[in-house]
Structures are given as structure tokens and as C-alpha cells.
Design a protein around this ligand. Structure first.
Ligand SMILES: *Cc1c(COP(=O)(O)O)cnc(C)c1O
Length: 397
């Protein structure tokens, strides 16, 4: 189908929840994607941080092919070996002791929110159900997770929101303290606000938050849906703070493109979920778990985490050099392969100019260009990106 036809049919048949960029991607290889007209693009969006191993990674493709031939789905009414293997590996790699599988980030956060309420109700009584999240956070689009999301634009038109949420300011521990009441069950925070403009939670704040939550017997829940699975150069971003949450959610990169989400908790918290308390028909199905196992094995076996730290620093250094030359750049923020460029102007035209130069990047919060390439991105590809960004931004001076 030609791109113009796709554009027409999309507006005819799809609910218009996205303002799409008018290209149709039909194929990908590594950090490159190709559109219906055969044009090649350098992909620094990676399906919004999903294609962790890039496109067409042989180990991932083989794992999916092999599992699809054996068994795709059976439901959670029966035992499943890939699901148990994946849970075992995630437990081995993280602070966590038990895993619940679902199909997306929003669902992982729904699970975390339900778990926090159930645990707190069981432990402290039914009046303890409030969850504190941060302004400018992003936790998903379901009713509970959009309520958790601290952005009014996401709330608009969906009242009444779910009861029991309040909002504090990231990197301001006093603002969290001021939101705590006798009814507070949990605090949910992203180590880096990805959708919120690539804002990094600082060490002091995270340490103070851990201490505060422990003292007040409040659960600390990290939304690592965007930061987890190697994105920041460690398997999970929390490792770089030297603290541990009680609950963590994952999705995006976890399946390398196959939809899967996970909610991970300590044994003490996880025991609040018994049979019938939560569930998912598709969650943790053999296909998704086999894909995820392949992603994690590549991450672990190819010293990829170390490489992410190296290319991540290289990218950051390159961006800082751009900032020194280009006054339109106000700030460079991020860790590893999640980097943000805050501009003093709208980011959308820059995204468009990069597209014309065959580079895919993304913009959040109107003025922040976000770079979330596949984790296998090379120094050469980063050079390519920096050259295009430099040209495009200099042209706008
Ligand atoms: C993307 C994202 C979500 C939502 O994930 P979906 O799979 O789109 O539901 C939640 N939290 C964070 C931090 C995210 O980046």
C-alpha cells in the first residue's frame, strides 16, 4: 500500500489517538529501518525504547520462530516453562523475589498499584490506600495509570479520576513529605522521567526517599518501564543509586518488541496477591517470555551493558559539544542510552528536519528531543546522528 493510501485509510478506520509521522516503516535491520518507498532511516526512537536489540536480531528472531513452532499460548491456567525461566532470571538479576507478567507498561503499573493497595490494606487496614507520584511523571493510559500520571493534559476529559492519588515534585523530598498522610500506601517514581522530558532523579533525592519510605512503612515503587533492561547502562537504573525499591515495573525493552510487562516485588509484598486477586489472559505467554529470555541473554552474554555505558558516554559527550556550539540547546540530560536535549524552541520542526535527513528522533514535553536508540547502537551511528543534529540545529540559529 502506498503511504498516501495508508494515511487516508488510517484516518478512515483508526481512532485518531496519534498524530503520526507520514512514513510507513516496513522493514528493519540493526539500527536502520526502511520505509515503503525503500528509504533508509537511522532509528534513534527504537519503537519508543522497545527494540532493545534493534531490528531483526538473529537470536531474538530465532527464539520467536522456535517458540512459535512449539507453542504460542496456553493461558495461566497451566504451568509454563518459559514463564518460570524468565521469572527466575529476573529475580536473579534484581532485588525482587516474585514476578507477575502482563502485556504492557500500563498493565505492569496497574499491577503495582493494585499490589500496593492490597498489601497496605492487608497489613495496615483498609484506610491506607493513597499513592504519591510525581508531577510530570508518566505511568500509562489506563484509568488508574493516567491518574498516577502527574500531567493535567493526560487527565483532561476523563473525570472522575481514580481516588487516592496525590502528586509531589521530583528531586524535592520536602514535597513528598508534605504529601504523606496516615493513608499513604506507596510512592511511585521513575528513576528518569522519560516522557516527562528526560528528567533524572538525583542521588540525594532517591536516598532520602528510600529512607523516608522505610521509616514510614510506605512502599517504594520504581517505574522502570523505560529505564530498565539495560537502557541506562545497568540492567536496572536503580542499581546506580545503590538503593532498592520494594516493587518495580518493566515493559518496553523487556520483550525486544514482543509485548510483555512485568511487576516485580519482594516476597513480603508479593504475598498480598493470592489466587484470584489479579490476573491476565495473555500475561507471560510462552512466545513473549521466550522473546524476553533471548533479549536478556544477549544483554548478559555479549557484555552489552558495558558497551552501553561506553557509547552512552560518547553520545553524551557529543551532545555536550553540540551544546557548547549551539545556543538553541539549553540542557543535555540523561543516563546511558536515554538522553534528552532541551531546546529553547519547539522540538517538532527539528524532528521533521531530522526525518528529511533520514534520522528518526522523538520529542517530549514540546521542547525536549529524546534519544532512545537500540542498545546495540554503534559509535559510528552516533557520529551520524550528531552530524545530522548539528546541521539541523545550526540551520535554525
Ligand atoms: C511507556 C511507559 C509507560 C506505559 O507503557 P505502555 O506499554 O505504553 O502502557 C509507563 N511508564 C513509563 C515510565 C513509560 O515509559
Amino acid at each position: 500500500m502506498l503511504t498516501e493510501e495508508l494515511e487516508r485509510y488510517s484516518s478512515q478506520y483508526l481512532m485518531q489517538t496519534y498524530a503520526r509521522i507520514p512514513i510507513s516503516i516496513v522493514r528493519g535491520q540493526g539500527c536502520k529501518v526502511y520505509d515503503a518507498e525503500g528509504r533508509e532511516y537511522l532509528d534513534f526512537v527504537a519503537g519508543i525504547g522497545v527494540n532493545a536489540l534493534g531490528h531483526g536480531h538473529p537470536d531474538l528472531v530465532t527464539a520467536i520462530e522456535k517458540q512459535a513452532r512449539h507453542l504460542i499460548h496456553t493461558s495461566n491456567l497451566y504451568y509454563s516453562e518459559p514463564q518460570v525461566q524468565l521469572a527466575q532470571l529476573l529475580v536473579k538479576l534484581s532485588f525482587g523475589q516474585k514476578v507477575f507478567f502482563c502485556n504492557s507498561g500500563a498493565e505492569a503499573n496497574e499491577a503495582a498499584i493494585k499490589l500496593a493497595r492490597k498489601y497496605s490494606t492487608d497489613t495496615f487496614g483498609p484506610e491506607r490506600f493513597e499513592i504519591i507520584t510525581m508531577h510530570n511523571s508518566f505511568h500509562g493510559r489506563t484509568l488508574a495509570t493516567l491518574t498516577a500520571t502527574g500531567q493535567t493534559k493526560v487527565h483532561q476529559g476523563f473525570a472522575p479520576l481514580l481516588a487516592g492519588f496525590s502528586y509531589a515534585t521530583l528531586n524535592d523530598i520536602q514535597s513528598v513529605k508534605s504529601q504523606i498522610t496516615d493513608q499513604t500506601a506507596a510512592v511511585m517514581v521513575e528513576p528518569i522521567q522519560g516522557e516527562g522530558g528526560v528528567v533524572v532523579a538525583d542521588q540525594t533525592f532517591m536516598h532520602a526517599l528510600r529512607t523516608l519510605c522505610t521509616e514510614r512503612q510506605i512502599l517504594l515503587m520504581f517505574d522502570e518501564i523505560q529505564t530498565g533492561i539495560g537502557r541506562t547502562g545497568t540492567m536496572f537504573a536503580y542499581e546506580q543509586y545503590g538503593i532498592q525499591p520494594d516493587v518495580m515495573t518493566l515493559a518496553k525493552g523487556l520483550g525486544g518488541g514482543v509485548p510483555i510487562g512485568a511487576c516485580i516485588a519482594t516476597d513480603n509484598v508479593a504475598q498480598a496477591f493470592g489466587p484470584g486477586s489479579h490476573g491476565s489472559t495473555f500475561g507471560g505467554n510462552p512466545l513473549a517470555c521466550a522473546a524476553s529470555l533471548a533479549v536478556l541473554r544477549v544483554l548478559l552474554d555479549s557484555q552489552l551493558l558495558e558497551k552501553i555505558r561506553t557509547v552512552g558516554s560518547y553520545l553524551k559527550k557529543g551532545l555536550q559539544e553540540l551544546q557548547a556550539r549551539i545556543p538553541l540547546i539549553k540542557d543535555i540530560r540523561g543516563v546511558g542510552l536515554l538522553q534528552g536535549i532541551e531546546l529553547s524552541v519547539e522540538g517538532k520542526p527539528v524532528v521533521q528536519d531530522c526525518l528529511t535527513r533520514r534520522v528518526l528522533i522523538n520529542c517530549t514535553m514540546d521542547r525536549v528531543l529524546r534519544l532512545i536508540p537500540p542498545l546495540i547502537v554503534t559509535q559510528k551511528e552516533i557520529d551520524q546522528l550528531l552530524k545530522v543534529l548539528s546541521d539541523v540545529l545550526i540551520k535554525r540559529l
